[in-house]
Design a protein around this ligand. Structure first.
Ligand SMILES: [Zn+2]
Ligand SMILES: [Zn+2]
Length: 334
């Protein structure tokens, strides 16, 4: 028997923090599944939502879009997952299926998307509903807490890595060595790439962490790598890293901005872009990205580093992420 109410952590407008709320356990209709949340990662996007850096889409929303949950109920049309199955709910909760972008297999750019933990309640709760067509089966080799950061940090990192031409770069720079970079570092190393990890100046623990995961070089973000990069992924929300990363990247190289929000990019000399360097952003994910990524991580033996917090301690997790004191990813466990 399912309880009728649950507790959740919801955005308190203009307070830059979450408040504990009681809510009815939602019902699964149509294509939806209801899951009991087993773990939910905390992503930097959640911070941008809580801090109002992204415009609010819904009052008192429950954030969380790295949801690992067990299916406890299904709508009539939600056939693809069994009751009792463990699944992952990602950021892209739904795409409209008929806009020009959806028609081009670019549902990550859908004109009418529904995002988990932004347009609809997410996983900072005991239960959550999701459109099953946008959820993923999860490989067994990752337990609940260790699987959670794969759902956004891993998945968006993977899309950014592919946009950089995953097969091409030999020397890959990662700017900001948090949840996403620590996963993509391992993927890139497993694919024979040399990883150059850039952290905040003086963050020796972060640099040692990067080396322990196979980075060939680690240093402060103002440092130049010993050799020009073939591609760079910027995970830190710091616009000043754009010219820095372009300067560190060789001719024909690609710099990808992987975050949903970034501070203003300072003006820079055209010579930093000259030489057919490419600068692009990555937005959201497609289901095809998820299928490819979870197939890959089922084959690789990645080790996600997580720091777990109780659901009621979500504000402590948010603060730790804000202070960059989390090594790897913060994960809430109800
Ligand atoms: Zn995210
Ligand atoms: Zn669409």
């Amino acid at each position: 028997m399912l309880p009728s109410s649950m507790h959740a952590m919801a955005v308190a407008s203009s307070q830059r923090r979450l408040v504990r709320v009681e809510k009815p356990v939602p019902h699964a209709h149509g294509h939806e599944v209801l899951v009991r949340v087993l773990a939910c990662g905390v992503c930097r996007t959640d911070l941008h939502i809580i801090d109002g850096e992204l415009p609010p889409h819904r009052m008192s929303v429950v954030p969380g879009h790295e949801v690992v949950g067990r299916v406890v109920a299904r709508g009539r049309q939600a056939g693809q997952f069994a009751i009792g199955q463990r699944i992952g709910i990602p950021w892209l909760g739904q795409a409209c299926g008929h806009c020009a972008f959806c028609a081009m297999d670019r549902e990550n750019l859908c004109d009418h998307p529904i995002f988990t933990g932004y347009d609809r309640d997410g996983g900072f709760a005991q239960y959550a509903v999701a459109d099953a067509r946008f959820c993923f089966a999860l490989p067994d080799r990752y337990d609940d807490a260790h699987a959670a950061p794969l759902l956004c940090a891993g998945l968006i990192g993977f899309r950014a890595w592919r946009l950089a031409g995953a097969a091409v770069p030999r020397r890959l720079g990662l700017y900001g060595f948090g949840a996403a970079a620590h996963i993509i570092c391992q993927v890139a190393v497993a694919r024979g790439q040399e990883v150059y990890a850039f952290t905040r100046e003086g963050d020796e623990a972060g640099q040692a962490f990067a080396r322990s995961l196979g980075a060939a070089w680690a240093g402060g973000s103002a440092q130049m790598p010993p050799l020009p990069l073939d591609a760079a992924l910027i995970f830190a929300p710091v616009g000043a890293l754009v010219p820095t990363a372009l300067a560190a990247t060789g001719k024909g190289g690609t710099v990808v901005c992987a975050g949903i929000h970034m501070s203003t990019i300072p003006a820079f000399d055209y010579r930093l872009l000259w030489g057919e360097r490419v600068l692009k952003s990555v937005a959201n994910l497609t289901r095809a990205d998820g299928e490819a990524f979870f197939k890959l991580v089922a084959e690789l033996s990645l080790h996600t580093h997580v720091q777990t917090f109780a659901l009621d301690d979500a504000n402590a997790a948010i603060q730790a992420l804000r202070d960059s004191t989390v090594s790897g990813a913060a994960v809430l466990v109800p």
